[in-house]
Write a protein that binds this ligand. Structure first.
Ligand code: ATP
Length: 225
């Protein structure tokens, strides 16, 4: 396999802010496959109760089903204790033989990369593809990341061809797409207030949320790991 992309996150729930930029990245980098990797027990979100992994996984399965080359991995559910992206990426790399590995993340996540567990190792395992979130971008983003990463950052226009990097180099690609300003936090809040999220998630995901009464107040089923 030539190019493989991974997209990690809690996906609680998956929404169009994940899917639309993921399609842009997929088309731009011409991945052979893009694997969504839902986090099981992410250390940075331990303070908030996550929806059960089985629900988050099921919603991702529904959302990615229409895309032939969008795949799903439950690798994080196989490990006990906090799950670190660097370990997941290493494990995934060992399982698949691939020339170039890319890890997708929003610019808000990238702005905090210096706080990630063993981040130097993480950025040596994959190229990063940074998706545009309107909360942080441009000079502000560059100023927030560790200085040694700035020289590796490259702007990429959506759908423009990206040449293969020289062997041994790892780049950080900033994908210059229009931001899609939606977050899972916003969606959960809207649902709690009884407002519609119809246009912001795929219809299958919406039906699933309604059927399982997720994200409602008062300890409804599903609001624990
Ligand atoms: P929450 O609001 O619960 O923190 P989220 O909407 O940020 O959730 P996550 O599952 O935490 O979603 O995100 C997974 C990855 O997708 C992260 O790297 C995040 O930055 C990125 N991402 C989330 N929403 C968007 C968006 N609208 N545009 C670009 N990237 C996004």
């Amino acid at each position: 396999m030539r190019r493989l992309g991974f997209f990690g996150g809690t996906f609680d729930p998956v929404h169009l802010g994940h899917l639309v930029p993921a399609v842009r990245a997929f088309e731009t980098f011409r991945f052979d496959a893009l694997v969504f990797v839902p986090a099981f027990n992410p250390p940075h979100k331990l303070a908030e109760p996550l929806t059960a992994f089985s629900h988050r996984f099921a919603m991702l399965a529904l959302a990615t089903q229409p895309y032939e080359r969008f795949l799903l991995s439950a690798v994080e559910a196989e490990r006990k204790g906090p799950t670190y992206t660097v370990d997941t990426l290493r494990q995934l790399r060992e399982r698949v033989s691939v020339e170039q590995v890319y890890f997708l993340m929003g610019s808000d996540s990238f702005s905090q990369i210096g706080e990630w567990h063993r981040w130097q190792e993480l950025v040596s395992l994959a190229h990063l593809v940074v998706l545009h979130r309107d909360t942080v971008w441009g000079e502000e983003l560059a100023a927030r990341v560790p200085g040694e990463l700035r020289g590796r950052m490259r702007n990429v226009e959506p759908f423009h061809e990206v040449p293969d990097p020289e062997p041994g180099s790892n780049w950080i690609y900033l994908l210059q797409h229009e931001p899609f300003p939606v977050s899972a936090t916003q969606l959960r809040e809207r649902l709690r207030l009884g407002r519609s999220i119809h246009e912001l998630v795929p219809p299958e995901v919406h039906r699933y949320i309604v059927k399982h009464r997720l994200y409602h107040q008062g300890g409804e089923p599903g609001n624990e790991i």
